[in-house]
Design a protein around this ligand. Sequence first.
Ligand code: ATP
Ligand code: MG
Length: 351
Amino acid sequence: MGCNAIFAQDAGFADPKDVVGKDDYQMGWRDQAELYRGDDRQVIESDRSKLLIEEPQTTPEGKTIVLLTSKIPLRSSEGKIIGVLGTYTDITERKRMEEDLRRSRDELEKRVRRRTAELEAKNTEMERFIYTVSHDLRTPLISVSGFLGFLKQDAERGDLDQMQTDLGIANEAITKMDRLLLETLELSRIGRVANPPEDVPFEEIVEDALGQTSEKIRSSGCKVSVAQNLPVVHVDRMRITEVLANLIENSIKYMGLQANPKIEIGQRIDGKDRIFFVRDNGIGIDPSQHDKVFGLFYKVDKKSEGTGAGLAIVKRIIDVHGGRIWIESELGKGCTVCFTLPLDMNSASSR
Ligand code: ATP
Ligand code: MG
């Protein structure tokens, strides 16, 4: 093997003369000797150059680099092939940059795909929301329009009593529609108008919520127990109080014929998550309804009191806080509503 000064230097020799007489097996790149010899043989046997091939090389220091190599037949003055002439460029840095570029492009594509999926999910949710709102708002409107027709007939007959009744029913429908609209408005405000989050002991929030619902608790005869050592959470205090008040009211409302009505407010730790819960021993919810009950105006039993907006509002508040909410329940076996919340720095790190 013969070479120029730069090759000798790259191969770890001071002088090109030191390389003369050696072969690939005696160099730092002995691991690739077979590969290089294969190239050489191919060039000699085919009498054709091999240009710009990317190959690895182990340096004298033991590093692996990438070379862009070209090999052409080396001829004697008579034109006979007597060997191979090789040139190379170290493209390790270029390859590294290409790899970095590819990795950031992959990462970017992954992020775009994730964002698109999130947006699609939001879009579907929005479509469902618009459908529900318009559908449920039309019901009382149709009722009003029907009773206006009856009123006309009542007037033609001069039946004042029936007019009073029909007016009353139309009014009820209007009141219901107003409530639905107010609740829709409330739902839309949650993400837009938020109080700045503050560090609050969860116990205080529970106390506030129990204060707000004390009348209902008393008249229902429910026993409420609250766990000790609840952490400090980092939340919009008013909104989370609203969440708890809503859940407590639901527990009271859906107690059924329970002789010992009980509500338990507590927490449990599950892996990395601290999970808060409101548990009751009421009528429970069938697993097929666990997701549906969070839908706006969805009620398992249409005849129960309320419009079915409570849990939709609760879920929206938890969503805005970056938490999750779900139901653990079986029909007839009580209901537990679980949720996660951002904790204050100390509570988060002391878990
Ligand atoms: P609103 O809260 O608007 O007054 P609502 O209580 O019926 O009305 P949500 O709070 O959204 O509406 O609850 C939706 C439905 O989920 C309820 O109608 C009920 O069927 C069911 N549900 C909610 N909480 C419980 C519970 N603790 N036990 C059993 N069923 C429940
Ligand atoms: Mg409710």
